[in-house]
Design a protein around this ligand. Structure first.
Ligand code: IPM
Ligand code: MN
Length: 362
């Protein structure tokens, strides 16, 4: 497999290094050769090439089997308009690759239950998948503009856009807890009326899946009062952005969560967290979200559920053994570094892969 790696800005560089380490070791153990090539995106690309998504990065991504991204965003560009910021590189990349369904799983890691801001009895057993529509809504709607006294963005959705992402949610629910919670603001927004009507139509093709609708404000509340009630959450772009940060941090740290963007020409994998410039370059960032993203890559793009599970089990083992990056412990002096966590996951995942292949041979 040809993987284009886009480390991007801040801790993106460190966490993708660890993710590539794990992927390059585990892939071959399952007969998947991994060829990686790094390119610039975001602030790093603006600095060197004058553009947040340079032509050579576009070309490399278009010619690969999957793209692994770290994070984009840097404080030196904070004063710029959205159209000139590093983030636009990521938005253009998403459009280029065409994936419209962003899968963000959030579950309680047993070893981290006490790192959750929620009480154990509320959070224990939480296991949800947020399916965020990624190419529509306010992020891309036209017209958009800023003037001296006013600015506007357009929220727009078509039936086709809602239909296709809703199907991903229902299909996902089929292999999980068989429930979809569609989140909208249908008491106020026309786009949400269309969203709800379309989801109801799609649901007719999935009689085995339970469907409920929630307004986004209620969903935000239920996420912290009763997170175990969710299986698959289906929602539009901006609501999904907000709710996935909320869901992620419930697991103990935003650094834990992975994402996959599917449905387009080329799949895109990225941790849910940002570039965290305040902690960049210090070997303290949590690489597990990026590492879990390559597990998703092996599952969705390389179609090796076994390889994905080796990485996920290795992550569990690292946590059960008590290794913690600084974001997961109050005892900062005892924290394990980014690189050391990557080494441990690699070692355990490869061990598991070997055990499997010798079990298969026996
Ligand atoms: C995310 C990020 C991005 C988004 C930013 C960096 C453009 O917050 O992936 O959740 O808003 O989609
Ligand atoms: Mn976000």
């Amino acid at each position: 497999m040809k993987i284009t790696v886009l480390p991007g800005d801040g801790i993106g560089v460190e966490v993708t290094r660890e993710a590539v380490k794990v992927l390059s070791a585990v892939g071959p153990a399952f007969g998947i050769t991994i060829e990686t090539e790094s390119h610039l995106i975001g602030g790093a690309a603006i600095r060197e090439k004058g553009s947040p998504l340079p032509e050579e990065t576009r070309a490399a991504c278009s010619a690969s089997d999957a793209v692994l991204l770290g994070a984009v965003g840097a404080p030196e560009y904070d004063h710029l308009l959205p159209e000139n910021r590093p983030e636009i590189g990521l938005l253009q990349l998403r459009q280029l690759l065409g994936g419209f369904a962003n899968l963000r799983p959030a579950k309680a890691f047993p070893a981290l239950i006490d790192s959750s801001p929620l009480r154990r009895e509320i959070f224990d057993g939480t296991d949800m998948l947020i399916v965020r529509e990624l190419l529509g809504g306010l992020y891309f709607g036209q017209p958009r503009a800023i003037g001296a006294d006013e600015a506007y963005n357009t929220m727009r959705y078509s039936v086709t856009e809602v239909d296709r992402v809703a199907r991903v949610a229902f299909e996902s629910a089929r292999v999980r807890g068989k429930k979809v919670t569609s989140v909208d603001k249908a008491n106020v927004l026309e786009t949400s009326r269309l969203w709800r009507e379309t989801v109801n139509k799609v649901a007719k093709d999935y009689p085995d899946i339970e469907l409920e609708h929630l307004f986004v404000d209620a969903c935000a509340m239920h996420l912290v009062t009763a997170p175990t009630r969710f299986d698959v959450i289906l929602t539009e772009n901006l609501f999904g952005d907000i709710l996935s940060d909320e869901a992620a941090v419930l697991t103990g740290s935003l650094g834990m969560l992975a994402s996959a963007t599917i449905g387009g020409a080329i799949d895109l994998y990225e941790p849910v967290h940002g570039s965290a410039p305040d902690i960049a370059g210090r070997d303290i960032a949590n690489p597990l979200g990026a590492i879990a993203s390559v597990a998703m890559l092996l599952r969705h793009t390389a179609k090796s559920d076994e390889a994905a599970r080796c990485i996920e089990s290795a992550i569990d083992r690292v946590l059960v053994e008590g290794h913690r990056t600084a974001d997961l412990t109050t005892d900062k002096a005892a924290a394990t570094g980014t690189g050391a966590i990557g080494d441990l996951v690699t070692r355990y995942a490869v061990e598991l892969a070997r055990e499997r292949s010798s079990a298969n041979a026996a």
